[in-house]
Design a protein around this ligand. Structure first.
Ligand SMILES: Nc1ncnc2c1ncn2[C@@H]1O[C@H](COP(=O)(O)OP(=O)(O)O)[C@@H](O)[C@H]1O
Ligand SMILES: [Mg+2]
Length: 539
C-alpha cells in the first residue's frame, strides 16, 4: 500500500495561479481549439480590435491581414490598421496583460469587452512557438515606435524589449506574431470567409487579405459613412443576475446602496428604490455598495422581478442599417435579388434590448454553388462579428431551420440563397465562452424567425416568377423541338417548302411565348438568360 500523507504534506504543494496561467491551460475558453479555428480566432481578435479602435476614433478602417506559412501547422499573422494607435505607455498592458483594456465596465455595444483578446493572442503565440509578438504603433502626434512584447505569465505582466523609435510617417497599429498548432483553410470556417463576412457586416471598412498563397483579396469599402457611435447605456434591472449586481456594486463609487441603484441602472428611480425597500426588509440600503452580500443581492434580484418596470431604452443599440446591408450584399454577393429587414428593438428577459436584422439574397454569389449544384447558406453575425463555428448551438440556425421555406418558394437545399442574420445588443446572450453561437432563448429565436420570414416574403415573388419562367422555358424548348419534325412531315404531305412551314410554325409558337421572342431574334437560343433581367433589382 502507498504511504499515507497528511494535510501539511499535501499542502506544501499549494500554489496560486495567475489568470494568464489559467488561460494558458484553458485556451479553448478563448477560442483556441482546433487548428483552423485557432487561426480564425487570432485574426478575429486583432480585427475586432481594429474595428473597435477605428470606430472609437471616428476613422474609416483600412485593415490589412497577411498570413504566411512558416512551417508545418505554423503561420505568421500580420494585422495592420489606420486607427488611433496605442500610446507607448499603454502598449504592454493593452496587449500583454490579460484582463486589461479601455472597454472594461462600459455598458456599451462594442466588440471587445473583457480585455482578453489581444493579450490572449500574445499568450497563444508564446505557448505555441515561444516567440514574442512584434508591435508597431503611432498615435500620429508621436514618433512611430516598434517593440517586441512577451509576457511574464506568473505576474500576468508584459515584458517589452527591442524598443525603437523612428520618424516613419505612420498612424495606427501593426501587430505581427507567429503561431503554431494552427491551419489556414479555404473553407467556410477559414480566415478568408471570416474576413469576407466581416466585410459584409462592416461595409464601412476596407479589408485586404494576403493569404499564404500570396494572392491578394480586397473587400472594398462600400459605404463612406461611419456607423453611428454606440452610446454607453445603463443596464436595466430586469437583465441582472445576482452575480451581475454584485459585480456592479463592487466597482461603484456611490456612497450607499440606494444611490448606487439609482446611479447605475436604467429606470431605477428613487421611487423604485422605495418599492424595493418595502420588498427587501432585510437589506440595509444605507450601507456601502461594496458591502452588498450575496444574499442581499439575491433578495434584490428577486424583488426586482416583482416590480413593474418601464421597458429599457434601446437607443444604445446600433444595428448595421438596411441601406448599409443592401450595399454590402450587393458589393460582396451581387445577387439577382434580395430583401433586407430591420426589426424594431425587442426585449430579452424584460431587461435586455436587442435588434435583429435579416436579409435573404438569391443568385449571384449567394449560397453555395458548385458543379453539383447550388444550396443555401446561413450567415450568422452578433454585433457585426461573423460567427463561423458552433452553428448547431445557435439561435440563428435554429430559427432559420424552423422556417417552412416551401411557403416562400425557397429551397434551401437546392437554390443559391444566402440568409443573413445580425443580432445587435449591448449584451448578446452567447451560448458559451467561445462566443461562437447565440443562446437559444425563445424570445431571441422568435424575433430572428420573424425577421427572416419577413425578408423571405420579399423575395418570394421574385423566386416564384423565376420558377414560372423556367417552367415556361422548358415547355417552349420542347415545343420548338417538335416544330422541325412537324415542318418536315407537313412539307412531304403538302409539297410546300419545309423552310416556310417551319418559319410559320415558329411564329405560331412564339405567339404563345412572347417572353422568348426577343432572344430568338437576337439569336440567343432559349431566352432563359433574359428572364431575370426583367425582375432584377432590390426591394
Ligand atoms: N488596433 C488597436 N488600436 C488601438 N487600441 C487597441 C488596438 N487593439 C487593442 N487596443 C487596446 O488594447 C485593449 C485590449 O485589447 P483586448 O485585449 O483585445 O481587449 P478588449 O478588446 O476586450 O478591450 C483595448 O481595450 C484597446 O484599448
Ligand atoms: Mg478585443
Amino acid at each position: 500500500m502507498a504511504e499515507t500523507r497528511d494535510a501539511d504534506e499535501i499542502f506544501k504543494e499549494f500554489k496560486e495561479h495567475s489568470i494568464a496561467e489559467f488561460f494558458k491551460k484553458n485556451r479553448q475558453m478563448l477560442g483556441y481549439s482546433g487548428m483552423v479555428r485557432s487561426l480564425v480566432t487570432v485574426v478575429h481578435e486583432y480585427v475586432t480590435n481594429n474595428l473597435d479602435a477605428c470606430e472609437e476614433a471616428n476613422i474609416l478602417p483600412n485593415i490589412e491581414v497577411r498570413i504566411k506559412e512558416t512551417g508545418e501547422n505554423k503561420y505568421s499573422v500580420y494585422v495592420a490598421d489606420n486607427g488611433p494607435g496605442i500610446p507607448k505607455k499603454y502598449i504592454g498592458k493593452a496587449l500583454g496583460t490579460v484582463l486589461a483594456g479601455t472597454k472594461f465596465h462600459r455598458y456599451m455595444q462594442q466588440r471587445g469587452q473583457q480585455g482578453i483578446g489581444g493579450s490572449g493572442c500574445t499568450l497563444f503565440a508564446l505557448t505555441t512557438t515561444g516567440k514574442p509578438i512584434w508591435i508597431k504603433s503611432s498615435t500620429g502626434s508621436s514618433k512611430t515606435y516598434t517593440c517586441r512584447l512577451s509576457m511574464d505569465l506568473v505576474k500576468n505582466a508584459p515584458i517589452i524589449d527591442e524598443y525603437r523609435e523612428t520618424d516613419e510617417n505612420f498612424k495606427g497599429l501593426v501587430v505581427e506574431g507567429e503561431f503554431a498548432e494552427v491551419k489556414y483553410e479555404n473553407s467556410d470556417h477559414g480566415v478568408y470567409e471570416y474576413l469576407r463576412r466581416t466585410a459584409l457586416a462592416n461595409p464601412h471598412a476596407q479589408i485586404k487579405l494576403i493569404g499564404p498563397d500570396g494572392r491578394e483579396n480586397v473587400f472594398i469599402r462600400a459605404v463612406m459613412q461611419m456607423p453611428p457611435r454606440p452610446k454607453p447605456a445603463k443596464p436595466h434591472p430586469l437583465g441582472l443576475s445576482v452575480n451581475d449586481l454584485l459585480d456592479f456594486a463592487r466597482v461603484s463609487d456611490s456612497r450607499k446602496i440606494s444611490s448606487f441603484l439609482v446611479d447605475t441602472f436604467a429606470r431605477l428611480t428613487s421611487n423604485k428604490v422605495d418599492e424595493l425597500k418595502t420588498l427587501c426588509k432585510d437589506v440595509d440600503f444605507d450601507k456601502k455598495p461594496g458591502a452588498l452580500s450575496w444574499s442581499d443581492s439575491e433578495t434584490l434580484v428577486k424583488a426586482i422581478k416583482q416590480i413593474k418596470w418601464i421597458a429599457p431604452d434601446s437607443s444604445s443599440i446600433v444595428p448595421i442599417g438596411e441601406e448599409q446591408i443592401k450595399t454590402a450584399i450587393k458589393n460582396i454577393l451581387n445577387p439577382e435579388f434580395m430583401n433586407v429587414v430591420e426589426r424594431k428593438p425587442a426585449i430579452l428577459r424584460g431587461g435586455i434590448p436587442f435588434i435583429v436584422e435579416a436579409a435573404v439574397a438569391y443568385g449571384g454569389n449567394a449560397g453555395y454553388s458548385s458543379e453539383q449544384g447550388s444550396s443555401g447558406a446561413i450567415l450568422r453575425f452578433a454585433n457585426r462579428a461573423p460567427l463561423l463555428f458552433d452553428a448547431g448551438n445557435c439561435a440563428i440556425t435554429e430559427a432559420v431551420k424552423s422556417i417552412d421555406w416551401k411557403r416562400y418558394n425557397i429551397d434551401m437545399e437546392n437554390q443559391p440563397v444566402s440568409v443573413f442574420v445580425n443580432v445587435s445588443s449591448v449584451y448578446v446572450p452567447y451560448a458559451g465562452v467561445g462566443k461562437e453561437a447565440i443562446a437559444k432563448e425563445e424570445e431571441v429565436i422568435q424575433e430572428i424567425k420573424l425577421a427572416v420570414q419577413e425578408a423571405a416574403r420579399g423575395v418570394q415573388g421574385f423566386i416564384r416568377g423565376k420558377q414560372h419562367v423556367s417552367f415556361e422555358a422548358n415547355r417552349y424548348k420542347t415545343t420548338m423541338r417538335y416544330a422541325k419534325q412537324l415542318a418536315k412531315d407537313l412539307s412531304e404531305i403538302t409539297g410546300d417548302k419545309e423552310e416556310d412551314i417551319h418559319q410559320n410554325i415558329e411564329k405560331l409558337i412564339l405567339k404563345h411565348y412572347p417572353h422568348f421572342k426577343k432572344s430568338m431574334e437576337e439569336g440567343e437560343g432559349t431566352g432563359e438568360e433574359n428572364t431575370s433581367s426583367e425582375q432584377e433589382g432590390e426591394r
